[in-house]
Design a protein around this ligand. Structure first.
Ligand SMILES: Cc1ncc(COP(=O)(O)O)c(C=O)c1O
Length: 389
């Protein structure tokens, strides 16, 4: 074993044992419904597929500029302005192989050993691992179900110290669906004004999936005076059901965009040329299907929240966005030795694959993704009820 110290700082995925068992069960002919995936079950829109085919036919199969084609940078700038209210020139936009890579490169390009990164928890699984790999120290900012998993400006202020370099903000959030409205973000902006060294990574990848009826709110739009220390990450993976295309976009200060592109020039090089052409179509093409998708997700969310809260021992707040529900099972945990990995395996034995809360820095519960077909979702909820009552 000759793995680097940086790699040994990373924890293996908390879901491996479950994934292995799910495969075993499926191979032995048992029907397992997966509510663990983080991607829409809808098909990629046809105009996006056509754009990918056209790019192939036109021979767009060679290297592009490292940080993305000028067409995609322009299209992404249009997306930032139209959908997030962030006016940026295309020179302050970069394109990467998924939103994940943009976050990875931003952390690697800026963190020094021991710099602190405030990560609200429960968190998206990759945030703490990326920070640790890049040499940063994760400072968890705990949030609770009773607050819809949101922290306040005062909570944030209490965590900021002399070594804080970044705050990671994800709205709507994975795994909780937490959504930060305008007033809360303005409060967070006030805190940041008192701490000029601190930067914010605003992960807005789920922005179109917001069920509050209110427009998406984001820090770079609300606090333009802070824009030179905000990196906003977005993409097409979740909004346009394009997870396999691997395209993410980020907008931020010129120096940071340049630093991320410098790193990308030696890591992956340019993102896939075909996928870039498809992403141009996604950003520039019709957006009206999003309304229908949002409505379907909202209906599923309401169904899941009602069904889960009707099962004794389970409870969840209503998530305001994304397609996840973080479910508390604390009253049932004695049955599982207070180990939510065991609870998740128990549910798996009853034919439902989901992710234990501990994989997200939470505890005593699990996350459901409701990006699943209505009938399968209904069947999964019935199985969960049967397994726990
Ligand atoms: C909060 C959050 N940010 C970023 C990503 C990365 O998305 P992509 O597939 O574009 O890399 C995900 C994907 O699960 C996510 O949940």
């Amino acid at each position: 074993m000759h793995v680097s110290p940086a790699l040994s700082r990373i924890a293996p995925s908390g879901t491996t044992a479950m994934t292995d068992r799910a495969i075993e069960l499926r191979e032995s002919g048992i029907d397992v419904i997966s509510l663990s995936v983080g991607e829409p079950d809808f098909a990629t829109p046809p105009h996006v597929i056509e754009a990918a085919k056209a790019a192939l036919d036109a021979g767009q199969t060679k290297y592009t500029a490292v940080g993305g084609t000028s067409q995609l940078k322009e299209a992404a700038a249009l997306h930032f302005a139209r959908d997030l209210g962030i006016a940026v020139p295309s020179s302050q936009v970069t394109v990467s192989a998924g939103g994940k890579q943009a976050i990875f490169h931003a952390m690697l390009a800026t963190l020094r050993e021991g710099d602190e990164v405030i990560v609200p928890s429960p968190w998206w699984v990759s945030y703490p691992e990326i920070v640790r790999f890049a040499g940063g120290k994760v400072v968890p900012l705990l949030t609770a179900a009773k607050d819809n998993f949101r922290f306040t400006a005062a909570d944030l202020e209490a965590q900021i110290g002399p070594r804080t370099l970044w705050v990671l903000l994800n709205s709507p959030g994975n795994p909780t669906g937490a959504y930060y409205p305008e007033d809360m973000l303005r409060g967070i902006g006030d805190v940041l004004r008192r701490h000029p060294r601190v930067m914010v990574l605003s992960d807005d990848i789920y922005a179109p999936l917001n069920y509050t009826g209110r427009a998406h709110a984001t820090l770079a739009n609300l606090c333009p005076d802070l824009a030179d220390r905000i990196l906003t990450v977005s993409g097409v993976s979740k909004s346009h059901a394009m997870t396999g295309f691997r395209i993410g976009v980020a907008a931020g200060p010129q120096w940071l965009i340049k630093a991320m592109e410098k790193l990308q020039s030696h890591s992956s090089g340019n993102p896939c040329s075909i996928s870039q052409a498809a992403a141009v179509a996604a950003f520039e093409g019709p957006q009206d299907f999003l309304e229908e998708w949002r409505e379907r997700f909202r209906q599923r969310r309401d169904r899941v929240v009602a069904a889960i809260n009707a099962i004794p021992g389970l409870s969840t707040p209503t998530p305001d966005g994304a397609f996840y529900c973080m479910i508390d099972a604390a009253p049932l945990m004695d049955r599982f030795g207070r180990d939510d990995g065991k609870l998740a395996l128990h549910l798996l034995e009853h034919g439902v694959a989901l992710v234990p809360a501990s994989a997200f820095g939470g505890r005593d519960g699990f996350r459901i993704s409701f990006a699943a077909d209505d009938a399968r979702l209904e069947e999964a909820l019935a199985r969960i009820e049967k397994a726990l009552t």
